[in-house]
Unconditional design. Sequence first.
Lengths: 469, 372
Amino acid sequence: MTILQLGILALLAVVSGRLKGGRQIVLLGASLFVMYWLQPLQEFVSLTFWLPTGTIALTVLVWLVIAPAEMRTWRVNANAVITICAVILLIDLNQFFGFDEIYMTTTPRLWMIAAAVIGYLVLLWGVAAFPMARRYLVGLMMVGIVMLLIYLKTPSLITSTFDFIHARRGQEPGLAAYALSWLGYSYVAFRLLHTIRDHQAGRLPPLSLGEYVNYVIFFPSFTAGPIDRVERFIQDLRAPPPLEDPDWIEAGRRFFVGLFKKFVIADVLFFISINDVLVAQVNSPGWLWFFLYMYSFRIYFDFSGYTDIAIGLARVMGVRLPENFASPYLKPNLAQFWNSWHMTLTQWFRAYFFNPVTRSLRTRNFPTPIIIFITQVSTMILIGLWHGVTWNFLWWGIWHGLGLYIQNRWTDFMRSRLGDSPPAAWQQLLHVLGVFLTFNFVSLGWLFFTLSTPALTLNAFAKLLGIIW
Amino acid sequence: VNKVRLLHVLLKAAILYVALNLAFAFFDPALGNLSVYNWLVRGRERVPYEREVEYYGISHTIPVYEDMNAMYRSTTLSQPKQADEFRVFLLGDSSAWGFQLRPEETLNSQLNALNLTSCDGRRITVYNAAFPLPYVMKDLLLMDELLAYEPDMFLWLITLDSFRNRNVFTGHFLDPYSDRVANLVGRYDIQNLETGRMKDQTLLDRTIIGQRSRLKKVLLLQLHALGWQATGLDYYYQDYQSPPQDLPGDELFFDIPPGQLGLEDQMLFDVLAAGYQLADDVPVLTVNEPIFIASGVNSDVRYNTFYPRWAYDEYLNYLQAWMTENHAAYLDAWDLLPASEFTDTPFHRSPAGERILAQFIAPTLLDLSCGK
């Protein structure tokens, strides 16, 4: 996102936050518009329209399946339905308005929209008319959301699809790999899965369509998190705490600190951060370590900057988004690092994967070290693959999974030797040493994250350690 | 009360913002002087340049022609002059800068490798001050800037293309220096330069807002210093095809038909004259640089894809007459190199080609350094 776009979002947030009545609907409309507006232009131009529309369609479908009957009445949802339809229609009408500075004007023809809406309404009617089917649909949708996520995160599948389409059209395939950028889907998927699982567990509060869609596509956190929990989000949405002066100051502070982190620090560090080219060019381990450390700081300032911006924007709308970072590079071990880096993501995986798998393995009487190994490595592999289904993200997950396991075993071993509280002098020394080791372990892990292939990563490891030049 | 305070804060911020911009516009702080080169990292061997934005990260560079100060501060020529040093500044286009060549392969490096010494025992050190654009007006502007770096001689590489008016796609090099260009035009009575496209800078142009692009580039140049120091690379080397031996049959020099070259009244020879006057007592050695001479189809019509024979021959005769008439130090190297010593264009030379040219130039350079 550019500073201008963020400025417009800030203005939108301030206006939405000041509203006394109709706040939810205005917020819904704003989030819908922003979703279309920020969607990057796609190889097949019409996808630029259909991908955000797909997000809405999927979200509405999930809501229809998980919402209780009393929340699915026309009276409760009329405003939201009209708002959603109106926004889609307005976006599509841009082919006549011609505001090409704001959004593309090559939107699909109206009859295409009408056909899609009719088809979709038939689907919704089917879901509503056969309540028994909804139970199966819940499971089916979970699988579908995950499969779609896997598809979008697998570059080779995307390229194959585009090549196939080009071949069908009799066109030459492109030279470079294709990218399909469905804005925000990674986070949308997590929010949808979270609500489906909570629905299955009977924990999901009753939600209207407007509330649910607002939660899923809330514009400050739509593209880069944090991943809020719906039961907490909905409290702020329904009854936002009054905005006092300190709230404005705090919101402004977070917003501007975020801008500074992202557009000054991170964007400057971009030029001196390790990448494929530097690994091939640099001729001393010292410089390579320097560029690696710069990357570590860059990714932190970039991501935490966006989080600060999101938290600041949401705050002026009366929504207190959860924190996502808590000085992660100052943590003395890897477990604490992961409790303070992209916290809402790790909390999500802990709640919906790590804990259930651990419980399941315990009931099967696996030895504790085996349980810890399986759960930690598999959780971290999944977190790695969530960033992209590539070998390097897989290795990144394994790197951290093994790191967490070794740290866990080492802590147990040391505790058996030194007891729960080692001497004070030891504690300080161990803390400093721990911070140093953790930071370096994480930094080395970023090699998998930022370099494009395992071979290049291995080469970088060898160069950093002075093995080859 | 808090809202009033907030308004006060915003008002103060706005006033400060305007005041800073105005102060910047009026005092024009030479931020280009603040360079990490030559102290934190080593200076570059040639001015920062790269053709495409996407290569900047690969070649650890960014062109900053908008700030000549920053541009030259990033190179070794801004280091203090040594007592035993005879400084020669190389001016010219992309072939002088060294497209497709590593810094140690360029013409100035090849001349330095000859370990030349002036009559008074000073080391002759040739610095690459060229910016890759064939345009003598740009060279004149650079010469004006370079006088501050204590030159003992200028080595000026030219070709026919350098004398064309660049009013379409490369005129922007002069844009940030409209005042200086106007001054040079007035001082040396330059008639042929087309200045219609140039605009005087407004007050807004001189503020931080107006200068933000330049300031950003200057900052990025400092950041790229680390990549330069770590890799020693300043150019993205790509595979290339040699210039074709078979040529098109037309006789146009760009869009100029035979007989309409206008060497006297349209080409920038008055800028060349201005260069000699500007340098004053600093000797200038002008070299008509080598060109690729094709031998295939239509080589009787054209020398290469750039030059039809009629235009280049006309230029060659005029140049020789002009140099004789003005008693200027001059070397003609146009046909010095075989076709095999050119790389990707009819002008860019191979390392071996640079070595041959350096050996060709060296005796005259030595003579001039001795005041002959």
